[in-house]
Design a protein around this ligand. Structure first.
Ligand code: NAP
Length: 222
């Protein structure tokens, strides 16, 4: 399996969980040096905001079958609402959270076609749900919400397009997780979210493709 944004937070926790379960884990990080003492993981450099970096990763993995790709790398951008909405910030959040998962999926399609399980898991957020995203959550993170809504559409469209290849595509909400992004007041320890997401991904079949689920298996309305 391959995961993006594995330097810390949920990405690192997922990488550790999969490695602990005996998977070969290709953990991608944009930093030149991966975190120390992570010997069970195979590190590759990937800045998901850079199409050249994505192409370089894919070239280096030519011929390597992949059962699972987790698009986890994400950024939040400005959170202070309409008044501080900044064009460059907005575009960067869209680039990382919505466009990059599509480019990564496309670049690694040959690897997924050669793999066994064939799943693309996009780490989305309930904040991107038009139906549920503002229930009990009035944060002014326009860019983040729009990017995750776009990622949800990308998930649904990819699911349709990749059905003939029997590739399952999921949008997953990890919960409010204690990471740098989620903050120390978040409800869910990162290891618990990673374990729950791993369970969901491992149980997923083609019948689940194009769905949007929370870490606890609850379907989320788009
Ligand atoms: N935490 C939550 O409560 C929560 C809730 C809903 C959804 N999510 C989603 O869960 C995912 C993981 O979030 P998190 O809480 O673990 O966030 P985090 O602690 O801020 O970690 C974000 C990760 O993404 C990486 N990243 C950012 N930009 C990148 C780029 N251009 N190229 C490669 N990697 C990049 C970071 O790498 P660096 O170390 O190099 O910066 C880091 O590894 C995100 O998609 C997020 O939107 C989180």
């Amino acid at each position: 399996m391959l995961i993006t944004g594995a330097s810390r937070g949920l990405g690192l926790a997922l990488a550790r969980h999969y490695a602990g379960a005996g998977w070969r884990v290709i953990a991608c990080t944009r930093a030149d040096t991966p975190p120390p003492d992570e010997n069970g993981l195979e590190w590759r450099r990937l800045d998901v905001a850079s199409p050249a970096s994505i192409a370089e990763l894919a070239a280096g993995l030519a011929g390597t079958p992949l059962d699972l790709v987790i698009n986890n790398a994400g950024i939040r951008g400005d959170v202070d609402g309409l008044a501080t909405l900044d064009a460059d910030d907005f575009i960067e959040v869209m680039r990382v959270n919505a466009l990059a998962p599509l480019l990564v999926a496309r670049a690694l399609l040959p690897n997924l076609r050669a793999g066994g399980g064939q799943i693309i898991a996009n780490i989305s957020s309930r904040a991107g749900s038009i139906a549920e995203g503002m229930i009990g959550d009035d944060d002014g993170d326009y860019a983040y919400r729009c990017s995750k809504a776009a990622l949800n559409m990308a998930t649904a469209k990819l699911a349709l397009d990749l059905k003939p290849d029997c590739i399952t595509v999921l949008a997953l909400h990890p919960g409010w997780v204690r990471t740098d992004m989620g903050g120390i007041e978040a409800e869910i320890p990162v290891s618990d979210s990673a374990a729950a997401l791993q369970g969901l991904i491992d149980r997923a079949t083609l019948a689940d493709s194009g769905s949007f689920q929370a870490f606890d298996g609850r379907p989320i309305a788009w």
